[in-house]
Structure formats: C-alpha cells, structure tokens
Design a protein around this ligand. Structure first.
Ligand code: FAD
Length: 43
C-alpha cells in the first residue's frame, strides 16, 4: 500500500520536512497544505 505523508504548513519547516522525508523514502507520497497564498521555495 502507498505510504502517504500530509504536512500542514508550507512555511520554513513544512517543505524542509517534505524534502527530508522524500530523501529517506522516494516512494512516499507527500502533500503539503498551506493556508496562505505562497509556499516557501527555498527547501
Ligand atoms: C518578522 C520576522 C522576521 C524573521 N526573520 C528571520 C530571519 O531573518 N532569519 C531566520 O532564520 N528566521 C527569521 N524569522 C523566523 C522564521 O520566520 C521562523 O523561524 C520560521 O518561519 C518558522 O518556520 P515554521 O515552518 O515553523 O513556521 P512558519 O514559517 O510560520 O510556517 C507555518 C505555515 O503554516 C501555515 N498554516 C498555519 N495553519 C495552517 C493550517 N491550518 N492549514 C494550512 N496551513 C497552515 C501558515 O500559513 C504558514 O505558512 C523571522 C520571523 C519573523 C516573525
């Protein structure tokens, strides 16, 4: 079964967490939910 990770918040911490999770498990399906207009792109 597909493993999924949902991250609440696309500020500094959310995309960093998503990137590290994908490094550890590239098959992971990651969704980031951001309430604001923009998502941090640095990570
Ligand atoms: C004025 C100011 C200046 C700063 N300057 C610096 C600096 O120069 N250098 C530095 O290193 N740090 C700086 N910081 C600190 C830095 O911004 C924070 O440490 C960092 O942004 C924290 O990241 P975070 O992901 O925990 O939270 P945030 O960046 O706050 O991200 C949380 C995100 O979650 C979203 N969210 C909240 N609730 C929900 C919800 N229910 N559903 C979906 N999305 C949701 C928010 O919209 C937000 O985008 C500054 C902070 C402030 C306030």
């Amino acid at each position: 079964m597909e493993k999924r990770l949902v991250i609440i918040g696309g500020g500094a911490g959310g995309p960093s967490t998503a990137a590290e999770a994908k490094r550890q498990d590239p098959s992971l399906a990651v969704t980031i939910l951001e309430a604001g207009e923009f998502v941090s792109y640095a990570a």
